[in-house]
Design a protein around this ligand. Structure first.
Ligand code: PEP
Ligand code: MN
Length: 352
């Protein structure tokens, strides 16, 4: 159910509706929009009695949301979600493309700082790098853990880049969230419901990668798990799905981008690295992703990919990353977007 407030509804009226929903034993999710605030209701098994709600002051109408996902749906929030990073110019969603770049794994301080310097110089706003890695083989490099998180903090300090890194399990989620600006939930964990619920308790952006065989609805239900716990800062990421194709590691499903935009207000990034598994395919698919309307790109970059401890064959060189930036900068205006170069710190309201 969704309570749509009148455009002129006051804060007090919105609060009174939320209190009423709590009294009914449900959870209110006030979602402010440009025109009006809508309040999503979750926690109900069946229909909520709309009679009382409709008579509350400031309420315009009460609507049934028929889709399985509610808070992620455009029915609940019409405007595109823009995830912002207080104190910086970085955003995900809206007109500006968001670019996240870096190695698959943080391998050493020297490696991370060298790659971060290169991607910052080319204009990325976010640095990606795994500290805890989901590897198919238990014998493969598992990530440097806390040591990597410390290195990532140094990257943020030195280059101003916002940090994106994966939380592999509920045990390490809070530790990762303490160090990261964006907590990544990997493709293999897209339906790890206890991890999603716990990520919903964070007040930090969460980037969810599409599962290897997830439908659009399953993907949005993963987002719904996070949002239903009160964390509305969700970023989606298409990273390729399993198909019969054997020319690439995965099949990058760009058709998901417009389909998602149709039904959801959440931003969607595209990962052409895992999406293809091939360095030679990364730039073409990054261009295509921007042309398809993605809100940004997350891409693996390595200065010595032949020595990389994970995903070397799909990692592009820093010079290729710089070229990718020029190319997508040229494409962006065709789809009404702009490529901001770099990230600046800005004074926040109320900051001392
Ligand atoms: C990664 O980003 O390095 C990664 C492991 O991604 P995915 O979960 O999409 O495989
Ligand atoms: Mn990787």
């Amino acid at each position: 159910m969704l309570v749509v407030m009148k455009a002129q509804a006051t804060e007090e009226e919105i609060q009174a509706v939320c209190d009423h929903i709590v009294q009914l034993g449900f959870r209110p999710h006030p979602l402010p929009g440009a025109q009006r605030t809508a309040i999503g209701i979750t926690g109900n098994q069946g229909e909520v009695d709309r009679g009382n709600l409709e008579s509350l002051s400031g309420v315009a109408e009460v609507i049934r949301v028929s889709k399985a996902y509610k808070l992620a749906s455009r029915d609940v929030k019409e405007e595109d979600t823009v995830v912002s990073f207080p104190g910086t110019t970085a955003t995900v969603g809206g007109r500006d493309l968001a670019i996240m770049a870096g190695p698959c794994s943080v391998e050493s301080r020297e490696q991370a700082l060298a790659i971060a310097g290169a991607v910052a110089a080319a204009g990325a706003q976010f640095f990606r790098g795994g500290a805890y890695k989901p590897r198919t083989s238990p014998y493969a490099f598992q990530g440097l853990g806390l040591e990597a998180l410390r290195i990532l903090a140094e990257v943020r300090e030195k280059f101003g880049l916002r940090i994106v890194t994966e939380a592999l399990d509920t045990e390490t989620l809070e530790l990762v969230a303490d160090w990261a600006d964006v907590v990544q939930i990997g493709a293999r964990n897209m339906q790890n419901f206890s991890l999603l619920k716990k990520a919903g308790k964070l007040r930090k952006p969460v980037l969810i990668k599409r599962g290897l065989s997830a439908t659009l609805e399953e993907f949005l239900m993963a987002a719904e798990y996070v949002m239903s716990e009160g964390n509305y800062q969700v970023i989606l990421c298409e990273r390729g799905v399993r198909t019969f194709a054997d020319h690439a590691r995965n099949t990058l499903d760009l058709s998901l981008v417009p389909a998602l935009h149709h039904v959801s207000h959440l931003p969607i990034l595209v990962d052409p690295s895992h999406g293809t598994g091939r360095r030679d395919s990364v730039l073409p698919m990054a261009r295509a992703a921007v042309a398809a309307g993605a809100e940004g790109i997350i891409v693996e970059v390595h200065d010595h990919p032949e020595k990389a401890l994970s995903d070397g064959p799909q990692s592009i060189y820093p010079q290729q990353f710089a070229r990718m930036m020029d190319e997508i900068e040229a494409i962006a205006p065709i789809v009404g977007r702009k490529l901001p170069r770099g990230v600046r710190t800005v004074a926040t309201v109320g900051a001392k």
